[in-house]
Design a protein around this ligand. Structure first.
Ligand SMILES: [Zn+2]
Length: 220
């Protein structure tokens, strides 16, 4: 990802360095709301990468998990090590409707490449409405308390790699990270295939609208 200015912690890109003053951190990371220590993404949620994610997630082409997993591994900085990979869970109802959890398939692919074990240690305890189209603060309210860690014993003091397909505002990842940290995780890094480029609000909204239609099964 090419960005002239990015948060030193979550790597959110910005048009200039004003939001990053004085210490190089964005407002979310300065406030501690984000909870996670780093975010890594292969690229922006646009072009071919967006099309691949749509084919994988909404058209159910699960065989894509292997090559997409390789993109995830490529997005990790060399030298990063984790004790456990945790996929972002879907609520059971959405998982049932879709037939699979895209994050779990990606997590397995990353595990095969790295040798780090996958543990489904998060549970989605609230079926939150789709995040698409909501503002940042509405997203945060929407997902607050949506996750619970399943087994604190396996998380205490551990370096956790949290995997999902797309990062938009980071509200969902932050809520999931909060649950992992409450259970004692020492460090949580978020790894996604794509992240929405929020430097272009109009494009992001468009992307959300397309995702919403695709989620309802209207085109892709
Ligand atoms: Zn940040």
């Amino acid at each position: 990802m090419v960005a002239e200015f990015a948060c030193a912690q979550c790597h959110t890109p910005f048009l200039n360095d004003a939001p990053l003053r004085p210490n190089g951190l964005c407002a979310l990371c300065r406030s501690g709301i984000a909870m996670y220590q780093a975010v890594y993404s292969y690229g922006f949620y646009e072009g071919p990468l967006r099309q691949l994610v749509h084919l994988f997630k909404y058209q159910g082409i699960s065989a894509l998990s292997e090559p997409l997993g390789q993109l995830l591994v490529a997005a990790l900085p060399r030298g990063e090590r984790f004790d456990v990979i945790v996929p972002l869970p879907l609520h059971w109802w959405r998982r049932y409707r879709r037939g699979f959890n895209q994050a779990a398939l990606l997590a397995k692919a990353v595990s095969r490449a790295t040798g780090w074990p996958v543990r489904p240690l998060l549970r989605r305890v609230k079926n939150t409405p789709a995040q698409a189209g909501l503002t940042r603060s509405a997203r945060r309210r929407n997902v607050a308390g949506a996750f619970r860690a399943a087994d604190a014993e396996q998380l205490r003091g551990k370096r956790v790699l949290l995997i999902d397909d797309v990062l938009t505002t980071g509200a969902t990842a932050a809520a999931a990270t909060a649950a992992l940290r409450r259970a004692g995780a020492a460090r949580v890094a978020v790894l996604t295939l794509a992240r929405v480029d929020r430097r272009q609000p109009a494009l992001a909204l468009q992307t959300n609208a397309v995702a919403q239609l695709a989620a309802r099964g209207v085109g892709a």
